[in-house]
Structure formats: structure tokens, C-alpha cells
Design a protein around this ligand. Sequence first.
Ligand code: ZN
Length: 221
Amino acid sequence: MSIDRIFDNMPDRIKVLPRNDRGFPIPYFAAEIDGKRDFRIVSPDKMAHAVRNDLCWVCGVRLGKYKAFVIGPMCGINRTIADPPSHRECAIFSALNCPFLSSPLAKRRASDMPEGAGDAAGFALKRNPGVTGVWLTHSYRPFRPHAGKKGILFSIGEPLEVLWFAAGRPATRDEVQRSVETGLPAIEEIGRVDGEAGVAELERRVAAFQHLLPAGSPTDL
Ligand SMILES: [Zn+2]
């Protein structure tokens, strides 16, 4: 992703963030490791501070009544996510420009990661979903997963709007559907942890999710 291109559509709140040595704005959530902010690692202190003070996860400024979550399709199905919300414009900017979110083939660089860092609570899927959603809602609720890695997850409220992106542009319905088909086996596995009730609930959620896919043509911003 060229730095010139991302500056074309950068929200003002992101323009004022500190920059890394390549000139990219450093998101609020990035932890400091050995004196350097690392985009791959979420700061647990920032997480607590953001949730307590209703701050945007990307720019660190207070949120309004709308909360935008940057999600993969599987998060949209189980309505659970590891990261707290952002402003709508900050979430869209991230979905379009974050190298991991915008490049379907990108893998999170795992070199020099502190042991266990970067893994979300509960059962995080390590795949790159290839498409990224921005889920806009009025409500969410933090909770502690009862199994898997310890930590905090967020249950996201009814969507007012869901926008989908892939490769730095709006995603097509087919792209999102393909991501769902390839990701489902992994969450079916997790659903089985809760037995038959878990599987039935998952089926209900997959059906409900169909209404949140893009229409035939790309989403309109
Ligand atoms: Zn923001």
C-alpha cells in the first residue's frame, strides 16, 4: 500500500496520530515493545482505558453513539470480537488501508513477537479472512470467555449497517460468501464445545448473517 494513496482519504483524527519510521499513522491500540510501537500487538492497558472511557480503538478520541467494529465474517456470525469499537470513518479507513485487513493473502508477520502476544482471548481464528466488515451498532458488551485463552471479548449489538471490504475496495457478495464457506468449519468446531445447543445456535446465526452480505453490487460508501 503506497503511503501517498492512504493520505488521500485519511480522516482528520487519524492524520494527527504519531507516525512510524515509514510514515504510517500508529493506531491508538498498538503496544510499545522495546521502545517501539508494534502494530501487531494490542496494549492491554489501552484496551481497558478505551473501554472505560469510550474511546476509539484506532484514533483514541471519544466515540459518539455509533460504535463501529472491524470484523471478519466469522465474527459477524458469532457476534463476538476481540477488539473494542472505533468511529465509523476510522473503522472504514482501517479496513481499506491496514495491510493485514486489506490484503487477502497477507499473513501477520510473526517474527520477534513476544511469547503469546497478539493472540486474542477465547478461540481466535488465525486465518486471514480475505474480507473485512465494518459493523455499525449502538451497543456492545465486554465479557470473559468461559473457555480458551483468558481475556476480554466483546459481544456486538444489532447492526445498523454492515459494509464489506477486500483488497482496499468494497467487497462483492461472492467474496464475502466465499470467506464464510471457508471459515465455517473452524467455528463449527468451536460451536461443538457447547454441544448440540451450540451447533443449533450457530446454524441460526449463519442464516441471520445472510441478510448482512453485500447486495450483488459493491457496497456504497
Ligand atoms: Zn477514531
